[in-house]
Design a binder for this molecule. Structure first.
Ligand SMILES: Cc1cc2nc3c(=O)[nH]c(=O)nc-3n(C[C@H](O)[C@H](O)[C@H](O)COP(=O)(O)OP(=O)(O)OC[C@H]3O[C@@H](n4cnc5c(N)ncnc54)[C@H](O)[C@@H]3O)c2cc1C
Length: 336
């Protein structure tokens, strides 16, 4: 069987691995300690924050089929939050959602983790290496790729290498490989974001579960405990406006935190004196700004490919479709 290296363990990598498992020996290398990528969760004692993606929607038949399976397995649940729109000096108004919204349970990172752990249990030829950042790819005379980690360890030699990292990170990984789609990769881009995590000493009593904010450095406020399956009811998640985040990306974290906290206080009436926990996370690559409108990028001669949300859109569903379609195409080739 061919040896395939998949870089990343987010939704694109999860869908890709699902398609390829059983058809190749797969090593999945993820730089962080957990799975899920930008479907991520931060924990601190009893507090829990989904500090990346807040929810999922499913519009394509392929993703609806996956979500149906995940609902049956208890990996996701429908979330029906009370949604309002907030703006300074304006009366809040309620917003309706016209399509189902889902969250992974008991935390956003649990969906990729559940799917990948299930595959790992069924398929001995799948190896998941967490805390493993791929730093360099070197082509051997045989045409195979040797992958070396940031710590200088040789991970192995691979017939194919697939990156699911955001485009700038994939560009860096593939810079010296001769990847023939490097120019296309340059067309895709992401906007940044900041996530402010606030934990209160007492359970939150708010007139909303999710607030969409207008004309503010803050774009969204989510009461994390209102999602199904969460234990903690004292966690508030604040996302910055992507445009504001771009302007303030290199500011001191303390300054960014202060602006977002002051805006949250004035929008919600929460007082910082009531906070038991606060933390800021900076996402350099959060939301796709320009997608390629291509399912994936592939250089078949060199055994290199790339996929991710940025191929098709800005959502978890885009990442899923990109990974699944690349996996289906490669599986056909492996079978042929
Ligand atoms: C703040 C925020 C809010 C969002 N809100 C929503 C939302 O409400 N709904 C929605 O549908 N989408 C939302 N999104 C977008 C959604 O999270 C993404 O579209 C989706 O998760 C992307 O999945 P992916 O697999 O393409 O990439 P990622 O999840 O980014 O996965 C790529 C993985 O590659 C790993 N990696 C990178 N470089 C290396 C390396 N050299 N070696 C090893 N591993 C590496 C990374 O650690 C990461 O885990 C949000 C994103 C953010 C950040």
């Amino acid at each position: 069987m061919q040896e395939i290296l998949i870089i990343g363990a987010g939704m694109a990598a999860t869908a890709l691995t699902h398609e390829l498992a059983g058809h190749a020996n797969i090593t999945l290398a993820e730089k962080s300690r957990g799975m899920g990528g930008r479907m991520s969760t931060r924990r601190s004692d009893a507090l829990q924050f989904d500090h990346g993606a807040q929810f999922l929607t499913a519009r394509s038949d392929e993703f609806k089929t996956f979500i149906d399976k995940a609902l049956r397995a208890g990996w996701v649940a429908e979330w029906q939050p009370l949604v309002i729109t907030l703006a300074a000096d304006q009366k809040p108004y309620k917003r309706d959602w016209f399509e189902p919204h889902y969250v992974a349970t008991p935390s956003m990172n649990a969906l990729c983790k559940a799917q990948l752990r299930e595959l790992e249990a069924l398929r001995p030829e799948l190896r998941i290496a967490l805390g493993t950042e791929i730093a360099t790819l070197t082509q051997e005379e045989t045409g195979r790729w040797t992958a070396t980690t940031k710590d200088g360890d040789r991970l192995g030699a691979f017939d194919q290498v697939i990156s699911t990292a955001p485009p700038r990170q994939t560009e860096a990984l593939f810079a010296t490989t001769g990847f023939d789609a490097l120019a296309s990769l340059a067309d895709a881009s992401h906007l940044p974001c900041f996530s402010l995590m606030l934990g209160t000493a007492q359970p939150l009593e708010l007139p909303f579960d999710l607030a969409v904010v207008k004309d503010s450095p803050v774009a969204l406020i989510a009461n994390n405990g209102s999602k199904p399956g969460r234990g903690s009811t004292q966690s508030l998640l604040v996302h910055a406006d992507n445009g504001w985040a771009r302007e303030h990306l290199e500011d001191e974290p303390e300054q960014v935190e202060e602006v977002l906290l002051a805006a949250t206080e004035s929008l919600t009436g929460i007082d910082r004196g009531a906070l038991a926990y606060r933390a800021l996370h900076r996402w350099r690559y959060a939301k796709t700004e320009t997608a390629l409108a291509l399912d994936y990028l592939v250089d078949a001669d060199r055994g290199l490919a790339a996929c991710g949300d940025w191929c098709l859109g800005a959502t978890v569903e885009s990442a899923f479709l990109s990974g699944q379609r690349l996996g289906a195409m490669l599986r056909e080739r492996l079978a042929g």
